[in-house]
Design a protein around this ligand. Structure first.
Ligand SMILES: CC(C)(COP(=O)(O)OP(=O)(O)OC[C@H]1O[C@@H](n2cnc3c(N)ncnc32)[C@H](O)[C@@H]1OP(=O)(O)O)[C@@H](O)C(=O)NCCC(=O)NCCS
Length: 157
């Protein structure tokens, strides 16, 4: 059974290892243990048999804009619906906070389409989207696709 919950400090070593498997391949941005602990409240984890098998973070960029970051699922647990569950949790949290737009900069276009996102024009993204790209080796030749999900903002509790 898969459980999605907020990350705890005790998850940080596993999160660091999992994210950095993919950051070494240039698929997601690297995260330090410090950045993970400082942002622990915005990180969600997927747990199977008491092990961290996936994670996703919610980065708030502006009053109307948030981003899905550091979305990864352990290779042995892919295609079981865990990535989609993590994105659903991020969508739910974005809705709860009251933010209208959720974006992803990604190579996984078909996956995000299945999660309700649509491709959008990267050049129309506000400057704030690029503030963390300064640390990315692909800064000047970024080939990620910008995708957007319009949050329904139905949850008002
Ligand atoms: C992208 C990723 C998070 C998807 O996680 P996952 O748990 O395998 O995805 P799910 O099982 O929830 O898939 C949901 C749907 O998307 C589809 N899907 C998943 N990965 C896909 C892919 N690479 N290409 C096309 N469709 C894909 C699934 O078949 C499923 O479709 P269905 O609802 O019709 O059955 C995972 O492959 C991953 O960690 N990749 C490496 C890191 C990465 O690219 N992260 C994204 C950075 S933005």
């Amino acid at each position: 059974m898969v459980k999605i919950r907020r990350a705890k400090i005790s998850d940080i070593d596993s999160l660091y290892e999992l994210i950095n498997i993919y950051s070494k391949k240039g698929i997601v941005l690297p995260r330090t243990k410090k950045s993970l602990s400082q942002n622990i409240f915005s990180i969600f984890v997927a747990i199977v048999d008491n092990e961290v098998v996936g994670t996703a973070s919610l980065a708030i960029l502006d009053t109307d804009l948030a981003e899905v970051r550091s979305l990864v699922v352990d290779e042995s647990k892919m295609k079981l619906g865990i990535g989609k569950m993590l994105v659903e949790k991020i969508k739910e949290e974005t809705d709860r906070i009251g933010i209208e737009k959720l974006i992803s900069l990604t190579y996984q276009v078909d996956f995000f389409k299945k999660c309700g996102f649509e491709v959008t024009v990267k050049d129309k993204m506000p400057q704030k989207v690029w503030q963390d790209c300064i640390n990315c080796p692909k800064l000047h030749n970024c080939d990620e696709i910008a995708m957007i999900y319009y949050v329904k903002n139905k949850v008002c509790i």
